[in-house]
Each structure stands twice: as C-alpha cells, then as structure tokens.
Design a protein around this ligand. Structure first.
Ligand code: GCB
Length: 597
C-alpha cells in the first residue's frame, strides 16, 4: 500500500462512471498479445521516484543517445494473450503475487467530435493505467469492470497503453488476505476502446416492476415495466426513444436536470423463465444513435418461506461454481468456457447457479440467461473483512454498485449476495447492514441474500441465529456435515430457521479424488463423497421452507489452501466433476435428487 502514496493524485480517481451494455456498443478490441515485465520490487515505481523526469515504466522510454541508460524494454519483453491470467500463462508465475506491467501498441484514427473510453472487463487486483505516458486512472477490485475517458490522451497513428497490475493481498482488501481460490493475476477480461458521442447513454435499467400483477393465481397479460436511463452528462430535456419492436412499445423519455429519465408503462411480455428464456430486442436512441440489448422480463418475489418466480413457487436446483476454465484452470472468460461449465450444471439437473465468490464475467451471465439458468451473483466480502475500515467498506460498496450496474438488465439474475461466511460481530453487522441497505437503493427488483454461518449448534440442534436476517430476503447458510464434521451426525441433525423467509443451503459437500475408489468411510474416495451426499440430502429434505440448494461445487478448482500431495496438489477436490469434466459418484446422487424436485 506504500506505493499508493506515489501516485496519490490518482489513487483517488474514480474514473468515468461505468458504462452499461459495453458488448453492444461500438468498440475496438485491444485484446491480443501484450508485452509484459514482471516487477517483483516495483522498480517501475522506484525509478520514477528517484528520477521523476526520466523514469517510470509507464513512460515506455527508449534510449535516445548511445550513452543513455534505460533498464527495461517492453518491446524486447515476452508477450501473453490478454485477457488471461499470468499464473497459467507463464510457468514462472504460477505462484506469483505481485506486480506485472503490461504494454500494448495500437494504431488509431482520430474521430472528430467523438469521445473514447478505455474499458477493462476486469484486472486483478490493483490497476493503474496510462495512455501515451498520461495517467488514465486507477482501479481496485479484481472482478468488476471500469473505464476511463482517454479522448485527450489518444493521438493519430501509434498509441501505447501501459497497465500496472498488482495482485498482492492485503488485510484491508476485498477479498481480504485469505481465501479458498486461486488469486489469478493479470488483465483477466476484455480491454476495449469504446466510441461514444459527447453525450451518451451511460447506463439504463428496464425491468418488470414488483409486484407481478396476478388474477386467479395467474399473471395477467398487462404488466408494469419501468425504464430508467442515465446520460453521461447532467443535461435536462434530452429525449431518448425506447423501442421494443416485438411488444409494439415506442416511448419517449425526457431527462431531468441530473440527466436522468424514468418512465413506467404497461406491456404484455411473455415472461422469461428457465423453461422459456424469452428475450426481447430493446433499442434506446438518443440524437440518432442507437444502443440495443436483449432483455427478458420476469418477476422474483418471496412469500413467507417461498420463492416465487413469475408468481409461482420455484425450487432452486443449483450448484456453486467458480470462474475457472476446465482442464488445468486459469480464469474463464468466454461464452465457450461458460457454455461448457453451464452444460455440466444442466446435466446435473440445475435451473440455478451460485456464481461464487465474486462477480463472474459478462459472457457467463449472458450465456446462462440464454440457457435459462437463474443466477446468484456475489461480491467477495468473504470471511474476515476489515469491518471497521471505512475504505474497505467503500471498496465493497463500489464492487456491489458495479456488479449491479453491469448486470441489472439480465433476467436470470435473481439474487445479489453481499457476503459469504462472515463471523458474527457488531462491526460486521454494521458493515453488512449498510451494504444491504445500499444494495436496495441500486436495485429493488431482485432479492438480497448472503451465505451465513450457523454458529453455536447445541447437541444436534442447529438454530440459525444471525442478526442479519432482517436485511435479507432469503436466508442462506453453508454447512459441511460429513466433511468438517462427522457424517454420522447427519441423521441426528435438526435445523431450526426461526425466520419466516425462504431458505437456501448455499454450500455443503466434501472432497473426493476422481477415480479414487474405496470404502465409504475412507476420506478422498468417491464413495466417501457419495455417502456424504446421500446423508446430507436426507437431512436437507427435513428443513422446513427449503427453497433451494447450491452444493459446493461444480468442479474441482485450484486453491493455495489445498496442499495435500497426491490427493489435492493445490486443488480443492469438492467438485462433483473433476477438473477434466469426469463425473464422480456423488454427481448421480445429486442428479437423482434434483429429478424429484
Ligand atoms: C466454504 C467457503 C468456500 C470454500 C469451502 C471449502 O465454506 O465458502 O469458499 O471453498 O468452504 O471447500 O471449505
């Protein structure tokens, strides 16, 4: 963190507010090979400090005279494809946590009267960006997008973008120092130049309003929709046209002095559902410039202990998953990666996935939406966050804001999760209470939850007692009977959830190495995991108000916590699939159970 001081002028820079729906804008991709320099000691900073007029890797300096001393050269440094993670791209960097500098050159034609934003889908974790030697901005957080207006820094002809990415862990970060997944570093999602008009649609939401209008237990045809648009500037009396051709909707929205416009209207959409994931083409136009999207309309509500999708109770047949490629790991970031993983989930019988423990890439969300898979989306407020640090809170809130800003029009997202397994304390309650309240100001159409812990089981009675219950719509908790606790306890266990809200068991499970066969009391065998699932399912069936489960986890994933040689080898082995996609015996137990739901 000491380094932050050096560039303190832009350590605070917020950048340009995030633009929504980047995938349907006019963009130039900067994906492809980037040169990189591994900078263990942050020489690229120290040099700058000692010699501010000459040094600093962001300058991309070259010797001008034979006697000049420049001790780095991006163009002679190796390249790696972006997006990717450095851990699986360079053997030397498998365990590396620190700073890597990246450089990309590209040709550019200046565009009269237009603006250009430089957009990053994500970079893990702490990122500084320069364009042609000028600072563009700074961003923290490994899983949310960000963009900077770089119009004034671009020039005709060759341009250079330099990015410093640092994935060192710090106690005050989100996530904090210890977590159970691989800390993949680098520019892990797309880099795009986005072409916009001087006044453009920054973001918008178009959603079915709650409550769903029903008659005799059925949704009526005419439903209430609300569209809200935010322009890039606070300009009043600007007109935006909303057009949904298939619904024969054509409306004009007029902005207020904040550059915001909101309109409610009725329409007769066919509702989006897992069985019929219907999306409508939507066009928003300002000053002749069109932004299109595909949006589905559905409602998600709770009633006592039930979750209602489009007014009908639904059991969420889910699975937890990380954003990791099958077959050797690495960050996943494509429709193809998502399709493979989500197809495995479908084979299991899922209509729901818990995307743990951070916002996954936009391709994954959109592919799940297309495949009719409901989504729980989460921010990495995980385990023991620095609850009393105001910057940590702000960081968590910014990540929550940007997760919602990016995905608020995706019909499949039904739950925003604000935390995972956070030990109880007054400080934690203050932090999470504020965060939950904030989440509702950003989106009041979806459900809020968090994966809780059950503490203080006495004898065989687990009574959930969490002050956060009043902030959430759905009570979710993780439990590991059979893994961190004796499997023989399962039949005796009783669960008491004293809240009149639906319940999701957001994690349960245990590890097995694919192909390792033996007795059911032998840890790491498929039989052990199979038995664990059988016992758990029998127990889960007795939980009153159970509305869904997302067992831990779809496939084995890399984790630095899991070091047992010959068994784990840096993989968490709790997958129902191996990393290569082989099904373990427990898969069939879960699949059969989901058939009954
Ligand atoms: C948990 C965490 C998850 C871990 C899992 C495990 O409770 O939420 O991130 O990977 O347990 O395998 O222990």
């Amino acid at each position: 963190m000491a380094m932050g001081l050096l560039f303190s002028t832009f350590a605070n820079a917020q950048g340009t507010p995030l633009i929504g729906n980047v995938l349907n804008r006019q963009t130039t991709s900067l994906n492809g090979n980037w040169n990189y320099i591994v900078d263990v000691q942050e020489e690229g900073y120290y040099d700058y400090r000692m010699n501010p007029t000459q040094w600093g890797f962001f300058r991309n300096a070259k010797p001008q005279r034979p006697e000049d001393l420049v001790e780095y050269d991006f163009d002679k440094s190796p390249t790696m494809p972006i997006p990717s993670d450095w851990n699986t791209r360079d053997e030397r960097l498998f365990f590396y946590e620190g700073t890597v500098w990246f450089k990309k050159s590209f040709d550019w034609k200046q565009k009269e009267g237009r603006r250009t934003l430089l957009y990053f889908g994500a970079a893990n974790y702490d990122t500084y960006v320069w364009v042609n030697g000028k600072k563009a901005g700074h961003h923290i957080g490994g899983f949310t997008p960000f963009n900077f207006d770089v119009t004034e820094s671009l020039k005709e002809g060759e341009n250079v973008v330099i990015v410093k990415v640092d994935n060192k862990r710090h106690a005050e970060d989100v996530p904090t120092q210890i977590f159970d997944w691989w800390n993949y570093g680098g520019i892990t999602r797309d880099v795009l130049l986005v072409d916009v008009a001087p006044l453009y649609i920054e973001n918008y939401s178009l959603q079915l309003q709650k409550p769903l209008l029903m008659k005799q237990g059925q949704p009526i045809a005419n439903q209430q929709l609300q569209c809200s648009v935010q322009l890039s500037k606070a300009e009043a009396n600007q007109q935006i046209t909303l057009n949904i051709p298939e619904l024969k909707i054509k409306k004009v929205l007029t902005t207020d002095k904040e550059g915001k416009a909101t309109l409610s209207f009725t329409a007769k959409p066919q509702l989006w559902s897992p069985e019929s994931p219907k999306l409508y083409e939507v066009n928003l136009t300002i000053n002749g410039e069109n932004l299109s999207d595909k949006i589905g309309f559905r409602s998600i509500e709770t009633k006592e202990k039930q979750i209602l999708l489009n007014g009908k109770p639904i059991f969420l047949k889910g699975i937890s998953m990380h954003e990791e490629k099958p077959n050797g790991g690495g960050r996943a970031n494509s429709t193809a990666d998502a399709h493979t993983l989500l197809s495995w989930a479908k084979e299991l019988g899922c209509n729901f996935v818990r995307l743990a423990h951070y916002p996954h890439n936009e391709y994954a969300i959109r592919e799940a939406e297309r495949m009719g898979i409901l989504v729980w989306s989460e921010i990495p407020v995980y385990w023991t966050i620095a609850w009393t640090n105001p910057q940590t809170y702000q960081n968590a809130q910014d990540q929550l804001r940007d997760m919602i800003a990016r995905d608020q029009n995706r019909a499949n997202i039904i739950i925003w999760s604000i935390a995972n397994e956070t030990p109880h304390s007054a400080e934690r309650e203050a932090f999470l209470g504020k965060l939950a309240t904030y989440a509702r100001t950003q989106d009041n159409t979806r459900l809020i939850s968090m994966a809780m812990e059950v503490t203080g089981a006495s004898n065989y009675v687990n009574r959930l007692n969490d002050a956060m219950n009043k902030y959430v719509d759905v009570i979710s908790f993780n439990q590991y009977i059979g893994w961190y606790r004796d499997v023989n306890d399962a039949p005796k266990m009783k669960w008491e959830i004293p809240y009149d809200k639906p319940v999701i068991v957001s994690e349960f499970g245990g590890g097995a190495k694919y192909g390792n066969r033996g007795e059911k009391n032998q840890r790491w065998t498929e039989e052990f995991q199979e038995n664990l699932y059988e016992q758990n399912i029998a127990m889960l069936d007795k939980i009153e108000g159970l509305s869904g489960t997302t067992p831990w986890i779809l496939k084995d994933f890399r984790s630095p916590r899991r070091v047992l040689p010959g068994v784990q080898d840096y993989y968490n082995m709790k997958g129902l699939f191996s990393d290569k996609g082989e099904k373990k015996k427990a898969f069939y137990i879960m699949q059969n159970w989901y058939k009954t739901k």
